[in-house]
Each structure stands twice: as C-alpha cells, then as structure tokens.
Design a protein around this ligand. Structure first.
Ligand code: ADP
Ligand code: MG
Length: 211
C-alpha cells in the first residue's frame, strides 16, 4: 500500500496531513498526484467518498509557489455553495503551514461583498459557475493568471445545466492552462465536454471495489 511518504510531498504538507491523522493516501490520491503535477489535462473518475478533493488539492498545493500577486492562479469550479465551503475548508486544512490565500464565492451573497474580497487578492478561488462569471464580467476578478482549472463534480454540474456557464468561463480563461476534471461517473455529457475542450487528457479511473 502506498504511503504518504512515497509521494513527493513538501514538509508543510506532510505536517498538515499528520495533523489530520490520515494514515494512507486513497487510490485516487496516489494515482492523481504525479499526473496532476505533470501539467497534462486530467480526468479523474472515482466514486463518492474516495477522497477526490485531496486528489487534486495535494498536487496543486505541492507546486504552487508563494506569491503576492492579486490575481488567482488556480480556479476550482463546483456545483453548489455547500461544496464551495467544503473545498475551501479542505484546502485550509492542508495549507495550514503554507502561506496561501483561498477565497470561496457563490450565489446568494451580495455581489459587492465578493467584489471586495476579490480585490484583496487570492491564490486559489473556489466558486460556483454563475457567481464566478458575474465577478469576471464585472472586471473585478481578473482571470488572466489562471494556470489550472479544476471542475469538481462535473457530472453533477452538467446534470444541473451548467454546461453553457462553464463554456462562458472557458472563454475568459487563458488558452494555455491545465484542465483538471473530477467526477463520480463518466456520463455522455462529461465525455462530450472532455472531447471538445481537453487536450490529450490523462484519464484516471478507480474501479468500484467489490465488483
Ligand atoms: P469525494 O470527493 O471522492 O466524494 P472527499 O474528497 O469529499 O471524497 O473525501 C471524503 C472524506 O474522506 C472527507 O471527509 C476527507 O476528509 C476524507 N479523506 C480524504 N482523504 C483521506 C485519506 N487519505 N485518509 C483518510 N480520510 C481521507
Ligand atoms: Mg468530491
């Protein structure tokens, strides 16, 4: 069984994982780590509860350098407010010993409040698609420095009808970026999105255990 020591983690990440009390990385975390770090586009499929959030956060935090710039370099899109809060919390736990600014934004909060938060600067922004788009077109949020785009729960996102919002956001992002997608299921809609926008994606699929 692969141990966290077998992954090329940094000491701050090792320490935060030790604080969390995790004994081993999950299979999707083991497989995703080098692939996400390679810079290729990535599609990861594994059932709910298999640790997909850390599967993309660990390698991203491993390579994100300290910066004072205001524009975010990583964009994580998720379908709901609850997930924004959850992903922000998980990043903060892992980044306990790293100087890093994480911002979560979602609908239902006064837009000006989020504009102010964005103006203060962040390294990683976690967002629902509608709110992200509103902030970007208001020109307060500048997406020109985004190097990595993560779409988490992309199957749910497409089921909720976010395809066009996702495409609108793609138009605002730098062409040269890494696309990373995680999903519990590979649906036809997910396949179509990958075929249309991903460049030679590396696919990681963890089989359902017991089948
Ligand atoms: P998924 O996105 O695949 O549904 P999550 O990323 O939400 O799964 O993780 C599910 C739970 O497992 C979370 O509570 C998370 O903190 C925990 N977890 C993640 N990685 C590990 C690990 N390596 N060891 C133990 N627990 C973990
Ligand atoms: Mg998840």
């Amino acid at each position: 069984m692969t141990a966290f020591e077998d992954l090329d983690l940094s000491n701050p990440l090792r320490n935060s994982i030790a604080d969390l009390g995790f004994s081993h990385p999950t299979p999707i975390q083991v497989e995703a780590f080098p692939v996400v770090r390679s810079g290729n586009d990535v599609v990861g499929i594994a059932q709910t509860g298999t640790g997909k959030t850390f599967a993309y956060i660990l390698p991203i935090l491993r390579d994100l350098k300290f910066s004072k710039q205001l524009n975010p370099r990583v964009l994580i899109l998720v379908p709901t407010r609850e997930l924004v809060l959850q992903v922000v919390e998980e990043i903060e736990k892992l980044a306990k010993y790293i100087t890093l600014r994480v911002l979560g934004v979602y609908g239902g909060v006064n837009l000006n409040r989020h504009k102010q938060a964005v103006a203060e600067g962040c390294d990683i922004i976690v967002a629902t698609p509608g709110r992200l788009y509103d902030l970007a077109v208001s020109k307060v949020l500048k997406l020109k420095s985004i190097q990595k785009l993560v779409i988490d729960e992309v199957d749910v996102m497409l089921d909720l009808g976010f395809r066009f919002q996702i495409l609108n956001i793609f138009d605002l992002l730098p062409v040269r970026r890494q696309n990373i997608m995680f999903s519990a299921t590979m649906t036809e809609d997910v396949e179509a999105l990958i075929d249309d926008f991903f460049i030679a994606p590396k696919k990681i699929a963890i089989a359902v255990s017991g089948t």
